[in-house]
Design a binder for this molecule. Structure first.
Ligand code: BMA
Length: 374
């Protein structure tokens, strides 16, 4: 065999191995449904993007806890394909989260979403374990304090136990554990959370990830989780992987990005967004992981064609398999409003509906036929 034929063989072998590597999640004891979710999400790479929305069935602009209601559905006729919820304050044993969502309702909504064939992701704005203040109390030292040997390690174990208890109650009709994408320590390259880049060393952060996942997997025997690693918007591949705990812990590689502040104009936003999406495509491919947009938004979406002229064309030329729009908190007492998808009558509502029919970005109807848990 000459050198050229041999190198072609080698290339072929590498390509098929790459396909195989990507087909299994990081937890080698994951449940059948969790494995299927991973495999099916992997299969969506480069094909479709599941549209997600944080707290979608909980509240929207001008309403709260109305059975069956959803701003996404009011505008498009369909629920999202992916639902995000937050566990913040479950660690304290509270019955409602930091945004006043009762955990009882979160559990119910997760079951309903699962029965509809949608995907679920959980974030956790956990309080600062050292000071007792919120996740945004960014004084250094909290990460070191909860690692083994630290003064708050026992407290952190209690907190992990509370999260484990909640995850353990998420079951489908046949008693099977509902697979969940757990997005821990989000935006860890920013400086605003106690687990941020100025608050601990890369090594401490890696240890915290590994410790937490090891605890869920090996101490609590939880095998219905996929783990999403995510930064905020980032400037380079080196910055992205600086605090990455390793392929044996992670399934999904994502980042969060918002239009606004320094990225106020469409052109500035698209250029940054495009660059980060391109980097996520190649980092995920190199690690055989699933790329995702773990949080995004443009508060109030003031541009009437933003969805089809800014968002859709940018994400369509990349590999992400889902995109989670942040929450429709609605009008606040301060007079400001916070919403990242339109409600009926909002300026971008017709354009959002148009995007939902694009065939690329999937909502409820698009995900159903994918049988994502089989
Ligand atoms: C932020 C805002 C806050 C909220 C927090 C956690 O981006 O939406 O109002 O408390 O996320 O959900």
């Amino acid at each position: 065999m000459n050198l050229k034929v041999f190198s072609n063989y080698l290339l072929l072998l590498c390509c098929s191995l790459q396909g195989l590597f990507g087909q299994d999640c990081s937890d080698k004891s994951a449940t059948a449904e969790t494995r299927a979710l991973y495999k099916n999400l992997y299969g969506l790479i480069g094909k479709n993007i599941l549209f997600g929305h944080q707290d979608d069935p909980c509240y929207g602009v001008g309403w709260k806890y109305v059975a069956g209601r959803s701003d996404a559905r009011d505008v498009t006729g369909q629920y999202p394909a992916l639902f995000g919820f937050d566990l913040g304050r479950i660690e304290l044993g509270h019955t409602v989260n930091l945004d006043s969502v009762p955990f009882e309702k979160t559990r119910l909504f997760i079951r309903e979403a699962y029965e509809r064939g949608a995907v679920i992701t959980l974030s956790w704005h956990l309080n600062n374990p050292l000071s007792g203040a919120t996740a945004w109390d960014n004084k250094p030292g909290a990460v070191a304090s909860i690692l083994p040997g630290g003064e708050k390690n026992t407290l952190y174990i209690d907190w992990l136990n509370r999260v484990s208890d909640f995850i353990g109650t998420l079951k489908g009709k046949n008693g099977e554990h509902i697979p969940v994408i757990l997005r821990l320590f989000h935006e860890l390259n920013g400086g605003w959370f106690w687990w941020g880049k100025n608050q601990c060393s890369p090594d401490e952060m890696k240890q915290l990830w590994q410790y937490s996942i090891h605890y869920f997997r090996d101490e609590k025997n939880i095998h219905n989780l996929l783990y999403a690693f995510n930064t905020d918007k980032f400037g380079s591949g080196d910055e992205y992987v600086e605090r990455y705990p390793g392929d044996e812990f992670i399934d999904i590689l994502g980042f969060d990005i918002y239009q606004g502040n320094s990225l106020k104009e469409n052109a500035a936003f698209v250029s940054f967004f495009n660059k980060d999406l391109g980097m996520i495509d190649s980092i995920a491919a190199a690690h055989h992981k699933i790329p995702a947009l773990t949080e995004f938004g443009y508060n109030q979406v003031p541009d009437s064609t933003w969805w089809t002229t800014v968002f859709l064309p940018t994400v369509s030329s990349h590999q992400i398999v889902y995109a989670l729009a942040w929450r429709n908190a609605g009008r606040k007492s301060s007079g400001n409003a916070e919403f990242y998808i339109p409600y009926p009558g909002a300026v971008s509502a017709p354009d959002f509906k148009k995007m939902s029919g694009s065939g690329k970005v999937l909502f409820e109807n698009g995900i159903k036929s994918k049988n994502i848990y089989k």
